[in-house]
Design a protein around this ligand. Structure first.
Ligand code: PMP
Length: 284
């Protein structure tokens, strides 16, 4: 693979970042993942707006102008011949030259890293066809989940718990209410109404969430942005998740119990179809 590090396109084996980089020592960094379909970027603008917000919340410098970031994304698609897959972009506070909890007062040049992941089968996904199975775990993450930091240890632990239970993923619960999935937003459908937690510091503001809710409202579906319990989810007609790479993926089982009929339902299927069709049309 050809990857990008601070201005250079390099073979992945030659790419280097300092051991003093605050991303490495402090998880002092943020990231975005943009999906590529037919060699084009899905919702690029949305992801860049969220990057700006994450950087702003952490008083971190912009690594590059928006047009330059777009150019780098496109160059990596071309150099790695990505048709279907992802582009991972990470910005950290950079290398202050030593370890110190304080942000460097004079600021440091941010470290900018991008790489591609080829993933044929995102659209034609076996998991989307059969539906995902999840277990619930307590949400033990920090209180600013709206900032997309590289601090992903707890979500990794939750994914391991899901694998150990023989299922696909985990939904997290706080104060008796579902927050979100380990790397996706969580939804239920009851009597035709789509229910998903409202935006706050408690969850990541999914770019796919925003787009899917817009399409749902345009299609005259009812949307309720509010928290829901595990019991409600088990009593729902359907459940699903959204993320840049999962699009809309039905959830058919939670903690070993079937949701609805236990098979992917019509509302999630319709939303997935609309999302993929419209995203392909708007891709750049
Ligand atoms: N929640 C969490 C915790 C996530 O990590 C992600 C994916 N990065 C999402 C939700 C979905 O966000 P998006 O739709 O922007 O991929």
């Amino acid at each position: 693979r050809t990857v990008y590090v601070n201005g250079d396109y390099l073979p992945e084996t030659e790419a280097k970042v300092s051991i003093f980089d605050r991303g490495f020592l402090m998880a002092d960094g943020v990231y975005e993942v943009v999906t590529v379909l037919s060699g084009k970027l899905i919702d690029f603008e949305g992801h860049m707006l969220r990057l700006d917000r994450s950087l702003g919340e952490l008083e971190m410098a912009q690594p590059d102008a928006r047009e330059d970031l777009l150019e780098i994304h496109r160059e990596l698609i071309t150099r790695n011949a990505i048709d279907e897959g992802l582009i991972y972009m990470q910005v950290t506070r950079g290398n202050p030259g030593d370890r110190d909890f304080h942000y460097p007062p004079e600021g440091t040049k941010p470290t900018l890293v991008l790489f591609t992941q080829s993933m044929p089968g995102l659209i034609d996904s076996a998991k989307a066809k059969r539906g995902a199975r999840v277990v619930t775990v307590p949400d033990l993450r920090w209180g600013r989940r709206d900032i997309k930091t590289v601090q992903l240890l707890y979500p990794s632990m939750a994914k391991m718990a899901a694998s150990a239970a023989g299922v696909d993923d985990a939904w997290m619960i706080e104060d008796g209410l579902i927050t979100e999935g380990t790397s996706n937003n969580a939804y239920i459908i009851k009597d035709g109404r789509i229910v998903t937690r409202a935006l706050s510091h408690d969850i990541l503001h999914g770019i796919t969430r925003a787009t899917v809710l817009r399409f749902a409202r345009e299609a005259q579906m009812e949307v309720e942005e509010r928290s829901f319990t595990l019991e409600e989810a088990l009593d729902a007609d359907e459940a699903f998740i959204t993320s840049a790479s999962a699009f809309v993926t039905p959830v058919v089982e939670i903690d070993g119990e079937k949701v609805g009929s236990g098979a992917p339902g019509p509302v999630a299927a319709r939303l997935r179809e609309i999302y993929i069709d419209e995203s392909l049309k708007a891709a750049i």
